[in-house]
Design a protein around this ligand. Structure first.
Ligand code: ZN
Length: 305
């Protein structure tokens, strides 16, 4: 198993999507460029979702074009349905991100379908995406806590992990704390069981952890997921983020906080600290955004840059 942590910055999508005022395309592209300059080699660039539903993501095609020009960057675009997948494929995204919730009420609120309906649709898209040579990230939302159903029994995400893992032996699966109300012991147990039960055929990373920092446990949950064998982590520069369908959820765990955690643990991330702080400051200054995270405010961390 790799001892390197792979950080996928989701600020361009999860960080920006719930901001009210439209963020200019040039600002989004500049954020992507600064993150790339900081050594980030995976990003969630945007979402091919209906611009009526999420107006902030209307320029995903344009931001993706700019991202695809950056050397070594793997761009993920979220697709809520087949139409979104077709757009992501046509636009040349290296990876398509699919998603469903593991709780019925959140899935209903988010995509107006039952979990079984979502899974059936997404299974067909997974097959087509893999046949088209795309990488796939299958995101399972609300694996620990649901804004409608409360704490989620651990058997629920694990049952969905088993069904998703059966679709393909190597596809990346993200276990997500959508509301930021997971507890580290819960994350450790669920992730450890998933990693143990469904190892990647090549020994590489198969599971990703996506967390928010609503209750201040974002970094602790990342550390728990790492201890459990997870090697891919979503985070957002400047701690931007929130979920319009998970009331009260605040930002993603901040990339700079996660990068510092791994730095202190001696885990390689490939990130340039000074340039990451620059990108994080830029993300935090996006008008209308609600930034979070700790490291930007720590003088000694800034001096380390
Ligand atoms: Zn999220």
């Amino acid at each position: 198993m790799s001892e390197r942590a792979i950080i996928s910055d989701v600020a361009p999508r999860d960080g920006l999507q719930s901001i009210g005022p439209f963020v200019p395309t040039a600002t989004k592209i500049e954020l992507v460029r600064r993150l790339h300059a900081a050594g980030i080699r995976r990003m969630e660039i945007g979402s091919f979702v209906s611009p009526k539903a999420v107006p902030q993501m209307a320029d995903t095609g344009e931001v993706l074009r700019a991202a695809l020009a950056l050397p070594g960057l793997e761009s993920t675009v979220l697709a809520p349905n087949r139409k979104g997948f077709e757009l992501a494929k046509a636009a040349g995204a290296q990876r398509v991100g699919l998603f469903m919730s593991v709780t019925e009420s959140h899935n209903k609120a988010n995509v107006n379908r039952t979990c079984a309906e979502s899974f059936a649709d997404l299974s067909a898209i997974v097959a087509d995406a893999l046949a088209a040579g795309m990488q796939v990230r299958f995101n399972l939302s609300c694996c620990f806590h649901c804004p409608f159903e409360g704490v989620v029994p651990e058997s629920t995400p694990l049952a969905w992990v088993a069904r998703v893992a059966a679709l393909d032996p190597a596809m990346e699966i993200a276990i997500a704390d959508t509301t930021g109300n997971a507890a580290p012991d819960q994350v450790r147990r669920v992730m450890a069981q998933a990693v143990k039960a469904f190892p990647a055929p090549d020994g590489g990373p198969r599971f990703a952890y996506h967390g928010h920092d609503t209750y201040g446990l974002g970094v602790a949950n990342v550390a728990a997921a790492w201890d459990a064998g997870c090697r891919v982590f979503d985070s957002a520069a400047g701690g931007l983020g929130g979920c319009p369908f998970a009331p009260g959820a605040t930002g993603n765990v901040a990339t700079e906080d996660v990068a510092w955690l791994f730095h202190r643990m001696g885990v390689e991330t490939g990130i340039d600290w000074a340039k990451l702080l620059d990108a994080a400051d830029y993300a935090a200054d996006v008008p209308g955004g609600t930034p979070g995270g700790r490291m930007r405010a720590v003088p000694a961390a800034r001096r380390a840059a």
